[in-house]
Design a protein around this ligand. Structure first.
Ligand code: G6P
Length: 607
């Protein structure tokens, strides 16, 4: 989704803006632009497509003079990805340039009003109304004009504003879209996420909804919608620069897949003490939990599938019924939720608009909220009564991998923790702790056991359609496996509960249709085996994901992905890893833009 950067200092702004935008590429975008206050005026350069084009047009920024500027990567919502629609937008008098993330919901009314007053529009975007409002309200005081402008806006925005009359200043405002101020020495920044800031500073201030910032090279002041000064806390960014770079891998996705043993360890280890799960960060008490009658998990995309997997473990260990609901559905479903509901919200970015809306809806109905989030200080992390961080580190590839497995790890931990808190932890508690400890090693083994994946990808990459089947925890993993395949290789892939095949889907199985059969849950494996036989009888090519010691599978499947032995309940976190790799190699064989798949965004901050 769109990215914003801003810089003011003594260095040339454009190269810094371009570098910052480069770090935000992973969020997904289809056009980009920068605006810099030059000697006399604001210069704007925009391109459709990649930032490389912007670098080319500006000689890597060197062609643009000036030490204060703003930049933007746009993911088209209102209007096609054209140069005209790309940000920054300029006011008619050329005095203001604005970059914006989010959606202005009342832009049509504002557009008509502004047109009526003689302002002309150069784009189809919702954003352009902002820059014209700035011009309309400006009477020599930018701060005042910004507050008046923002008062007219409905919707979500992170705004960066540059004014020709104040050559060394930037303004920023936030409502429901992330914006972080980076504090440097003799220079200051803003950006929509910390990955654009880490190369320059570790000191950050997270703007909250309704807050504004005024940046000069000497310092940053914060104010509210009445213009009253605000004291803000400075946070330390702990992510390191290398963590946001490829480190020798061809793609961020591959690097992040390989990082999973470490990431899962970082999520689990600090929470295991004296052979028990501890969550020092949780405020939820034994009494609170005893009053919970139902757990609702809500999320989008892969985070939703992490919830689907987590449901099995939570229900098995806590005996509390769990519903998993897509956030985009939950928010409009008038859910039956009250104070006896624990809402678990899962989000890597912590900024997904649908997830935030669903969370607010359930909070309003009295639900207790617990968020599982990766990005520290994100909106969801702040909204929740309890937040558990996944500690996965920065995830740059749009398709999540370590974000997903660390979410699963936290769900496993929570399940064990809750079972103990409720006093119903079984005899297998100690064994489960041992299993959690072993997961990083098992994930590493699952990677090491599957060197033939590029070869398998060669076999399957031309398929029209792939089917992923499994039951129970295998089914949940199949959902995520199919999503990975779709997201990055653009092949049609569907996951089905293996037992559901015969109720319709089997009609789609033809000679050589690839069926990826997940058989890692021993309790239910025999049943899936029958489904494998059914699809084989109709000509399917079966790629089984299972254990080496499984003679029945070995005798029916055509190809294999092996994983190390793992307890049924926790098998999804291990079996998904080779499926991520399979999707990666299939996408590679198809020549896809793996880290930035078409039409997708890392963090979807619009509805
Ligand atoms: C987008 C991404 C998905 C992600 C989903 C939820 O659609 O492309 O990979 O799973 O958002 O994101 P979140 O940050 O809330 O986990």
């Amino acid at each position: 989704m769109c990215g914003i950067v801003g810089y003011t200092g003594s260095a040339q702004a454009a190269p810094i803006l371009l570098e910052g935008l480069g770090k935000l590429e992973y969020r997904g975008y289809d056009s980009a632009g920068i605006a810099v206050r030059g000697k006399e005026d604001i210069s704007v350069v925009k391109v459709t497509g990649r930032i490389a084009g912007l670098c080319e047009k500006t000689d890597n920024g060197k062609a643009l003079e000036g030490c204060t500027g703003i930049g933007h990567t746009r993911w088209a919502t209102h209007g096609a990805p054209t140069e005209g629609n790309a940000h920054p937008h300029l006011s008619n008098d050329g005095r203001f340039a604005v970059v914006h993330n989010g959606i202005i919901e009342n832009y049509q009314t504002l557009r008509e009003e502004l047109k009526g007053k003689g302002y002309h529009f150069d784009s189809e975007t919702d954003t352009e109304v902002i820059v014209h409002l700035m011009e309309m309200y400006y009477k020599g005081d930018v701060k005042k004009a910004l507050i008046q402008t923002v008062n007219r806006l409905q919707g979500s925005y992170a705004l960066g504003v540059l004014c020709k009359d104040e050559p060394d200043k930037l303004y920023a405002a936030r409502e429901a879209s992330p914006l972080i101020i980076g504090l440097g020495l003799g220079e200051n920044y803003f950006a929509s996420d910390v990955t654009a800031l880490v190369a320059y500073t570790r000191n950050a201030v997270y703007l909250e909804d309704g807050e504004f910032a005024e940046l000069t090279k000497e310092g940053v002041s914060f104010f509210d919608c009445l213009g009253q000064p605000l004291a803000k806390q400075v946070s330390r960014i702990t992510w390191d620069v290398q963590a946001a770079e490829k480190g020798g891998y061809d793609h961020f996705m591959l690097k992040e897949i390989m990082e999973q043993p470490g990431a899962v360890k970082a999520a689990i280890s600090p929470r295991l003490k004296n052979n028990a799960v501890v969550f020092e960060e949780l405020k939820l008490t034994k009494e609170d939990l005893a009053g919970i009658r139902k757990i609702v998990i809500t999320a989008c995309g892969s985070a939703y599938y992490a919830g689907c997997s987590g449901k099995y473990v939570l229900e098995a260990l806590t005996h509390i019924p769990v519903e998993v609901v897509l956030a985009s559905e939950l928010r409009y479903s008038n859910p039956l939720i009250d104070a006896s509901t624990l809402l678990i919200v899962i989000s890597q970015s912590g900024e997904t608009a649908d997830t935030i809306a669903a969370m607010k809806e359930c909070r309003a109905k009295g639900a207790r909220t617990l968020a599982i989030v990766n990005v520290v200080g994100s909106t969801i992390a702040k909204l929740a009564e309890d937040t558990v961080y996944t500690w996965a580190g920065p995830e740059i590839a749009v398709a999540t991998t370590k974000g997903f497995t660390t979410q699963l790890a936290v769900l496993y931990l929570l399940s064990l923790y809750f079972s103990k808190l409720l006093g119903i932890a079984g005899e297998d508690y100690a064994a489960h702790i041992r299993i959690l400890k072993s997961l990083p090693r098992l994930i590493q083994q699952a990677i090491d056991m599957n060197h033939s994946l590029p070869k398998l990808a060669e076999k399957y990459h031309r398929a029209k359609s792939l089917f992923f089947i499994g039951r129970n925890t295998d089914y949940a993993a199949a959902l995520e496996g199919a999503l990975k395949m779709k997201e990055i290789s653009y092949l049609h892939a569907e996951a089905y509960a293996a037992g559901e095949l015969k109720h319709g889907t089997i009609a789609l199985i033809e000679e050589h249709t690839p069926v990826i059969a997940l058989c890692c849950n021993r309790r239910i494996m025999e049943k899936t085996l029958s489904n494998i036989v059914e699809v084989k009888a109709r000509g399917a090519e079966v790629l089984a994901v299972s254990y080496r010691d499984n003679p029945k599978i070995l005798s029916v499947a055509d190809d294999f992905i092996f994983i190390p032995e793992v307890e049924d309940l926790f098998s999804a976190i291990v079996e998904i890893v080779p499926l991520q790799l399979l999707a990666y190699y299939v996408a590679k064989a198809n020549g896809c833009d793996i880290d930035k798949p078409k039409n997708l965004a890392k963090s979807v901050t619009v509805e």
